[in-house]
Ligand binder design. Structure first.
Ligand code: 9UX
Length: 68
């Protein structure tokens, strides 16, 4: 599965790394692409192992807001 998350507050390369790293640590996440200027994060994941809620929590733990 693949989904795009809308993430507010990412403005530099360190933000990108924080979000990418937090998501990649989750079991079931296979690929993360951050689009800084668009405020979007594409995630490839296995829905048997990880939920959107879990991904959202991981991003919010880093201090960013997930829309929706
Ligand atoms: Mo960069 Mo992001 O200095 O919260 S780490 S803006």
């Amino acid at each position: 599965m693949e989904m795009t998350l809308e993430v507010n507050g990412m403005t530099c390369g360190h933000c990108e790394k924080a979000v990418k790293g937090a998501l990649e640590e989750l079991e079931g996440v296979h690929g993360v692409e951050v689009h800084l200027d668009a405020g979007k994060v594409d995630v490839k994941y296995d829905e048997a192992f990880v939920t959107k809620e879990r991904m959202k929590d991981a991003i919010e733990d880093q201090g960013y807001d997930v829309v929706g």
